[in-house]
Design a protein around this ligand. Sequence first.
Ligand code: ASP
Ligand code: MG
Length: 420
Amino acid sequence: MKVYKFGGASVKSAEGIRNVEHILSMTDVPLFVIISAMGKTTNAMEVVLNHFMNHQTTEAIDKWAEVESYHLQIASELTEDKLWGFNVLRPIFDEMREKLQNTYPGEYDQTYDAIVSYGELLSTTLISSYLNKVGIENQWLDMRRLILTDSNFREATVRLEDSQHQLELAADFSKCRIYIGQGFIGGNKHGQPTTLGREGSDYSAAVVGNLLQAESVTIWKDVPGILNADPRIFPNTVLIPELTYYDAVELAFSGAQIIHPKTIKPLENKQIPLYVKPFEHPEMPGSVIKGSIAKPIDIPVLIVRKNLTLVTIRPLDFSFVLEDSLSKMFTLLHKHRLKVSLIQSSAVTISVCVDNVRRLSAAIDELGNDFRVSYNEGLELLTIRGTSPQLIEKVTKGRDILMSQHTRRTAKFLMKSICQ
Ligand code: ASP
Ligand code: MG
């Protein structure tokens, strides 16, 4: 069997869903299909959540009504049958309205997962029903019961063995060729919904691939494959046809948005190839990530990671920072689940570059108990692999560089973002 994953951009319109239909009809191998929330639904659900957390029931329901209309609009473009979409989605609509109207929010992260996971429930329910309607027989699965996780809400870790058991029971390919499940979501042992981190559907696909020993995993994207740079930032990008797992992990970690960084490990562990293919041109080869490749990447790769903050700490008593403070600092960053993308130290200071996320200010406050802390916001990290002095000159010209690191193959520049 193979795993296919369709992201939000691929299923953001009726046309996109017809394209999913087309891609699924091109093959007759058993498939496990992972689907994200449609378009920007997850962002919209975060707005619903924030109103709900603030007890703004009317605003929460208004925003949810927008999400409902968006899905109904797509449904109405998919079929002539005016009532079909409403009938299919109604149980989900009712469930969410009931929650927003008649329950109280709990702890933020837990409530986040309980509410935001509805984006994927809507998309998979609608698409599964549509495909059955047009003759692509499939079975919808509730991944909250199959991808079993710990209770680390919003960034849950999958309990692999338990999930494998559940998945194998649920996806019996002798009974049905195509199973459809949600990306991004799982559930803990108390049956509460959890999520795997923003953009986590790729990771869901990789986990399913690993647990069901898939022949391959394919991520269908709105780009031709993996490019050597983000075409929105750099001109003249080229496709990288083959990458090793190692290349892919490094690129994803540096901020390449093409795949979620956690995706590679489950695939590498079982040596399952990962294809990244263009959704609009399924016949094109795209890129493949696998254990060994014929030809190493021989073009420069440029990656920009945005919205970073550089946090610098210095012990209050002038002690050597690497001796005393390192573990204290990292324990704290870990506690606040901050992801570090660059580290630099001197005798009495250590600087780390972290994503500018909601938890950062709490971490900075707490660091302030033990250290003198300063920070610099609005930064971006440019990573160049396979670099040359000319290229560096070209892409960093006129930029305000706060820090740089060079190895034989890679150069990293932490720079002030240019306001757009
Ligand atoms: N729907 C989720 C998000 O937008 C997960 C995903 O698309 O991968 O973050
Ligand atoms: Mg997405």
